[in-house]
Ligand binder design. Structure first.
Ligand code: ADP
Length: 478
């Protein structure tokens, strides 16, 4: 198949969270299965090795003409296409220290317009891809893609068979704007009802309404979207439930403790000795006492309402009165960042907080910690619990969405389970789960080793997911 994936983030070039990771990894897995794949994202800055194809396109948007250029980089069998326009070349992807950019609707509408021209204009090995492709849009940023596909192309006989699949990585972000902005999009008012939610222009709703198929990143989240986690779009999701798939994310090869370039030592499920070295190195790096026997808890997250940081804040006074260590890496809401700093000040011998974004440190925490806290309020899939399991770091999670689908609670009777999942979103639930985990860590070394190895041996590769995406695209063509 010819597959055109379009997203606001594309790791390793651009990433603020899981969206970037997934959009970077899935195309590689699809290409490895023999498909021709284009992965399109904005060119936020000059990327080494990406060359100007010479292809240009002009679009009328918000009252004026805008020209974009197409840059190309073939890597891992994937045609990465970066859309170049002056509005992308800024310090942040969505905003900067002054807040979100005021022209994000324009920037991502332009991305959709440019992406639809990419298979027609960007020369690949044997010329442009052509019209018989499947478009794979992601989150609200590309919600307008099927509006343009239907309104500007299909209506005049172009892309007659090309379906659009819309992937929801997080339904909490709608891309909602005042209705008058619709006039700037350069499509007929015929498409307004698809975009209209409560009198506002809603990009996510447009994607959900018009895409041929919908997919989200775990089966549980697919169900929850139709019931109570649709952020106001539950009815629409329920209406489209037959077209809504749930496919769990995989994790990429850069998250492998046997080869991870960020680690001071390597390890695997069969030989965990390198993990002890990673733990000691992390303790040294953080200036914490180097003690192999003390349980070291890790947190790596966007510090956001979604991530349930309140539960960690609620449990911390209890947790940090015990002989444990805790490291938190994250950035986001000011109240959470303040707490991270305060907690590290209050418990200097036990806790460290690192406010910011650091990919290398995230890897070292995943490798060096014994336990990982992820009590998300809701979680479409979640990647950090997958990384944790792969690194023998036992996750403690709130049983919601992808966390519920990927972290079965340890059952000593059967020897099954990869962590602890608590059912109710409450501090008590987290505390109880931590209690069980500590009990096992201290008192049942063999069981602990088993939990670690169960997680490490779990199949989290992308190939399984890519095979399901293949079927999804096939059904979208159908
Ligand atoms: P989400 O996409 O909701 O942020 P996920 O768990 O799916 O949550 O993915 C988060 C990704 O972002 C992971 O790769 C994680 O390591 C990374 N990440 C989040 N915050 C940070 C940070 N402060 N520093 C480095 N990596 C981070």
């Amino acid at each position: 198949m010819d597959i055109v994936q379009v997203s606001a983030e594309l790791a390793p070039w651009s990433k603020t969270g899981g969206l970037g990771d997934v959009c970077g990894a899935l195309p590689r897995a699809l290409a490895a299965r023999g498909h021709r794949v284009m992965a399109i994202a904005p060119r936020y800055k000059a990327y080494e090795g990406a060359w100007d194809t010479g292809a240009r396109a002009q679009f009328h948007l918000f009252g004026s003409r805008h020209e974009v250029a197409y840059f190309h980089l073939l890597r891992d069998g994937v045609h990465h296409v970066f859309i170049d326009h002056v509005s992308y070349r800024r310090p942040g992807i969505y905003g900067d220290e002054h807040g979100v950019y005021g022209d994000n609707l324009f920037r991502f509408a332009l991305l959709c317009r440019a992406a639809l021209e990419a298979p027609l204009r960007v020369p690949l090995d044997g010329g442009p891809m052509g019209e018989a492709c499947v478009f794979h849009a992601n989150d609200w940023h590309t919600g307008l893609l099927p509006v343009y596909l239907e309104g500007l192309y299909r209506s005049v006989g172009r892309f007659p068979l090309a379906p659009c699949v819309h992937a929801i990585h997080n339904a909490g972000h709608h891309g909602a704007f005042d209705a008058h902005h619709f006039a700037g999009l350069d499509v007929s008012t015929r498409w307004w009802p698809a975009c209209d939610m409560d009198g506002r222009l809603n990009c996510l709703k447009a994607g959900i309404t018009l895409a041929a198929k919908l997919v989200t990143v775990s089966p549980s989240y697919a169900r929850q979207l139709c019931i109570d986690h649709g952020h106001g779009l539950e009815g629409l999701f329920a209406h489209r439930a037959r077209d809504l798939w749930g496919i769990l994310n995989g994790i990429g090869p850069e998250w492998d403790p046997a080869t991870d370039k960020h680690l001071p030592a390597h390890f695997s499920a069969d030989d965990l000795s390198g993990k002890a070295a990673c733990k000691a190195a992390l303790q040294r790096e953080l200036g914490l006492p180097v003690r192999p026997e003390v349980p070291l808890f890790g947190v790596v997250a966007r510090l956001d309402h979604q991530k349930g940081i309140e539960l960690i804040m609620g449990a911390a006074p209890w947790l940090l009165r015990q002989d444990v260590q805790l490291v938190v890496l994250g950035s986001g809401g000011a109240q959470y960042e303040d707490w991270v700093r305060r907690m590290a000040r209050e418990f200097p011998k036990r806790a460290r907080g690192w406010v910011g974004f650091s990919e290398p440190l995230a890897h070292r925490i995943e490798a060096g910690a014994d336990l990982f806290l992820m009590p998300s309020r809701f979680e479409p899939c979640g990647l950090n619990q997958l990384y944790s399991m792969r690194y023998g770091t036992v996750p403690i999670v709130h049983a919601t969405g992808g966390l519920a689908d990927t972290v079965p609670t340890w059952d000593p009777a059967s020897g099954q389970g990869t962590g602890w999942a608590f059912p109710d979103f409450a501090v008590d639930g987290l505390v109880q789960a931590i209690g069980w985990a500590l009990h096992t860590f201290h008192g049942h070394k063999d069981a602990w080793r088993q939990v670690q190895q169960n997680g490490m041996r779990r199949d989290s590769g992308w190939d399984r997911a890519a095979a399901l995406y293949e079927r999804l695209y096939g059904s979208a063509f159908g």
